[in-house]
Ligand binder design. Structure first.
Ligand code: UDP
Ligand code: MG
Length: 375
C-alpha cells in the first residue's frame, strides 16, 4: 500500500503560490501543554467590549481552584474587532486559545467549533456577554466531581436579569413546553452556563440553532442531568443577538428534537403510523363507494371519492417515506460503523450505582442556593 505524503506547504506540490495571510488557518494552534482538566468554551459575536473583562474573570475564577484549565474562545465572525483583540490576548495567556471562524455561523456552530477542540475531562460553556457569572463555574465543576450520578450540570438563572415580557415570559413558556415534549424536566433551558463530562460533549453535535436543546441532546446521549441555581447579570455592553422572532424557530426545532429523541431509530413508526391512520379510512371510504357502485349508483361526482383517493395516496406516501427513513437510519449507522447505543461506562462516565437506573433530573431542592457558588 502506498502512502501519499502531504506537501509541507499547502499548494506547493501543485506549483501554487503560498497561501495569502487571509487564507492562513484562522485559529491559534492548540497549545502543547499537558492536557487540562477543564475546557471552557465561549462563543462570541461582536463582544469586543466584554472580552478583556471576560477573560480576566474566567482566569481569576479558575485560578482559585486546583483544576488546570483552557479557555477556548470562538469568535463567530465578529465585525467589531473581537477577533483581533482575542488573538492579542491569546499571545499573553497560554491557557487562552483563540478560534476565529471565517464568518458568522451562529451560536450553535461556534459552540461546536469549540467542542471539536476540547481536551479536558470536563467541559464548561458560558456566554461571552458576562450575563453568566464566571465565579459560578467552580460550583458546577464541584458537583460533577462529587456526584458520580451526574454527567451534566445545567445552570438555572433564578434571578434572571432580562426584560420580563419579551424575554422571561417566552422563556418560561418555552421551558415548560420543551420539558413536557422531551421529558427532560428543567427550569431553565436557555442558561448557557453548563458543565459536562467530556464523553457527553463527544457524543452530541450541534447544527442550526440546537444550542437551546443541549440538555435534550445530552439526555439522548445518556447523560444524567442536575440543575444548579446560578447568578445572572444584565448585559452591560453590546446587544443581544436574538429577538422575539426566535420563538418560531424554537417551535420548529422542538419538532425536530422530539422526532429525533423518539423516532430517530424507527422513522417508520412515525411516518408509517400517521400513514396508517390516513390509509385505513381511505380504504374504508373506497370500499364503501365500490359497494355503492356495484349497487348501480353513480359515484363519479361524489366528494367522498376524492377524499378516499387522497387519504389512500397520502397514507401510502407516508409509509414509503418511513421506509426510506429506515434505510437512511441503517446507512447512517452501518455505513459509518456508529452503533445506535452508548455505553454507560465509557471513559469518563461513571458506571451506574447498583440502585440507579436512568437517574432523573436532580430536584431543584437538592441544589446549592445561589450565591453559595463562589469559588
Ligand atoms: N453568539 C454567537 N454567534 C451568534 C450569536 C450569538 O457566538 O451568531 C454568542 C454571543 O456573543 C453570546 C452568546 O452567543 O456570547 C449568547 O448570545 P446573546 O447574549 O445575544 O443571547 P441572549 O443572552 O440574548 O439570549
Ligand atoms: Mg446574553
Amino acid at each position: 500500500m502506498t502512502v501519499t505524503q502531504a506537501p509541507a506547504v499547502p499548494g506547493a506540490a501543485a506549483g501554487l503560490p503560498p497561501a495569502s495571510p487571509a487564507l492562513q488557518p484562522l485559529h491559534q494552534p492548540v497549545p502543547q501543554a499537558a492536557e487540562p482538566d477543564v475546557s471552557i468554551v465561549v462563543p462570541m459575536f461582536n463582544e469586543v467590549d466584554n472580552l478583556v473583562n471576560l477573560v480576566e474573570r474566567i482566569g481569576a475564577a479558575m485560578a482559585a481552584t486546583a483544576w488546570q484549565f483552557e479557555l477556548i474562545a470562538v469568535d463567530d465572525g465578529s465585525t467589531d474587532g473581537t477577533a483581533a483583540l482575542l488573538r492579542q490576548l491569546a499571545q499573553a495567556k497560554p491557557w487562552l486559545q483563540a478560534v476565529c471562524l471565517a464568518r458568522n455561523y451562529g451560536q450553535s456552530s461556534a459552540l461546536q467549533a469549540g467542542f471539536d477542540r476540547v481536551r479536558g475531562r470536563y467541559v464548561v460553556t458560558l456566554d461571552a456577554d458576562l450575563q453568566n457569572e464566571p465565579l459560578d463555574i467552580p460550583a458546577l465543576l464541584q458537583r460533577l466531581e462529587d456526584d458520580a450520578e451526574v454527567d451534566m450540570v445545567s445552570g438555572w438563572r433564578v434571578n434572571r436579569q432580562d426584560k420580563a415580557l419579551s424575554r422571561r415570559l417566552p422563556s418560561l413558556l418555552a421551558n415548560r413546553l420543551i420539558s413536557r415534549a422531551t421529558g427532560v424536566q428543567l427550569h431553565d433551558y436557555g442558561c448557557a452556563l453548563k458543565a459536562y463530562r467530556r464523553p457527553i460533549i463527544d457524543r452530541i453535535r450541534l447544527f442550526g440553532e440546537l444550542h437551546r436543546f443541549i440538555p435534550s441532546l445530552a439526555r439522548d446521549a445518556g447523560a444524567r442531568i442536575a440543575e444548579v441555581p446560578v447568578r445572572h447579570h444584565a448585559r452591560t455592553h453590546g446587544q443581544s443577538k436574538y429577538g422575539i422572532d426566535r420563538t418560531f424557530r424554537v417551535i420548529l426545532d422542538l419538532v425536530l428534537i422530539v422526532f429525533f429523541m423518539r423516532y430517530r431509530q424507527r422513522p417508520l413508526h412515525a411516518f408509517g403510523g400517521l400513514g396508517l391512520w390516513l390509509l385505513a379510512p381511505g380504504l374504508g371510504i373506497l370500499g364503501y363507494l365500490l359497494v355503492v357502485k356495484l349497487g348501480g349508483q353513480d359515484i363519479g361526482g361524489r366528494p367522498l371519492l376524492i377524499t378516499g383517493v387522497l387519504l389512500l395516496l397520502i397514507g401510502v406516501q407516508l409509509i414509503v417515506a418511513g421506509l426510506v427513513g429506515e434505510m437512511l437510519t441503517r446507512i447512517y449507522h452501518e455505513g459509518s460503523g456508529r452503533p445506535q447505543y452508548h455505553l454507560r461506562h465509557a471513559a469518563g462516565l461513571a458506571a451506574p450505582a447498583a440502585s440507579a437506573g436512568s437517574a432523573p433530573v436532580a430536584p431543584a431542592a437538592a441544589a446549592a442556593p445561589p450565591g453559595s457558588a463562589a469559588g
